[in-house]
Design a protein around this ligand. Structure first.
Ligand SMILES: [Fe+2]
Ligand SMILES: [Fe+2]
Length: 300
């Protein structure tokens, strides 16, 4: 398949989905605790990840306005019904990577990484650090939930830092002020610390704002270990894994497993470098790895 043959674009204010990814990199890369060494490209310094022009910032702000306005509890429950039955198509993992690669938006092909390249870079960084094979594979697939964009979902319903719905929003959530326009702000039950949940009920019982994390978790969970479930499902849950918020909803087990979410986050944040991975050269290695865990086709 020619990766750019069927050029499609995601709908929303971002010129490409990576504008949100770049924004969280800017926001969180500086607070990186770096307890574990991550192999960052020698050609690229952390500071270089921090360059943004004004236009990108305006796009990102508008993106968050939409995300915070429209991610209501009802919206999340509706999307779970719509997508988690997973009867859209059967597709292999590498095939899904190629499918996602159609999403090229307004990226500059000379400087912006394609979707496959971001996935391969993240996986390759984990591989260089001799992470276990399931960890490398999880890194490879972590953003495949972005295929939601190819099915007409707007950007604000695919990417963005995730947060619980049905309870008060943490004021550590970026652009918190935009929640004023969210209809849930007028539902008193949703505006208490616990909302519809119980103290330490465990995140499995908590509905997070809808996006690519929850979707890929459901697609892949039957084939990967529990640590990987956490990495996939909560990798955009920055309010919890970076800001330490929502501890009151997490179980003891969640808190232990968040170790893996934070370990993974380093690769997602820092793997973007100027070295473009050679997808065709890496393909045999990754197809073997995929075969070790996944059947030829999985349900999307
Ligand atoms: Fe992601
Ligand atoms: Fe990512």
């Amino acid at each position: 398949m020619n990766d750019h043959a069927a050029k499609k674009s995601s709908s929303g204010p971002l010129r490409n989905l990576e504008e949100w990814d770049d924004f969280v990199k800017d926001r969180y890369a500086a607070t990186e605790s770096a307890t574990t060494p991550v192999t960052v490209s020698p050609n690229k310094k952390k500071e270089e990840f921090r360059n943004h022009d004004a236009q990108a910032r305006a796009c990102v702000k508008e993106f968050y306005r939409l995300n915070h306005t429209y991610q209501t509890r009802d919206f999340v429950l509706e999307k779970k019904k719509e997508f988690l039955s997973r009867n859209r198509m059967k597709m292999g993992v590498w095939e899904a990577m190629q499918y996602l690669n159609q999403l090229v938006d307004d990226s500059d092909p000379d400087t912006d990484l394609s979707q496959i390249e971001h996935l391969l870079q993240t996986a390759e960084a984990a591989r260089r650090d001799e992470r276990p094979r399931w960890f490398v594979l999880t890194a490879l697939i972590h953003d495949l939930g972005k295929v939601l964009c190819l099915w007409g979902e707007p950007q604000w319903a695919v990417v963005g830092d995730t947060f619980p719905v049905g309870c008060a929003w943490s004021d550590k959530i970026v652009f918190h002020e935009f929640f004023q326009a969210n209809p849930d702000s007028r539902v008193p039950q949703y505006q208490t610390r616990l909302g519809v949940y119980e103290e330490q009920c465990g995140l499995d019982r908590v509905d997070l704002s809808w996006g690519h994390d929850e979707y890929i978790y459901h697609v892949a969970k039957d084939y990967l270990p529990e640590e990987a479930h956490y990495m996939l499902r909560y990798h955009s849950f920055y309010p919890a894994h970076r800001e330490g918020e929502y501890q009151h909803l997490m179980s003891h087990h969640d808190r232990e497993m968040f170790y893996w979410v934070r370990e993974f986050s380093q690769y997602d944040l820092y793997s973007k470098s100027s070295e473009r991975p050679n997808a065709e050269a890496l393909r045999p290695y990754y197809e073997d790895l995929i075969r070790e865990y996944f059947p030829a086709k999985i349900a999307w």
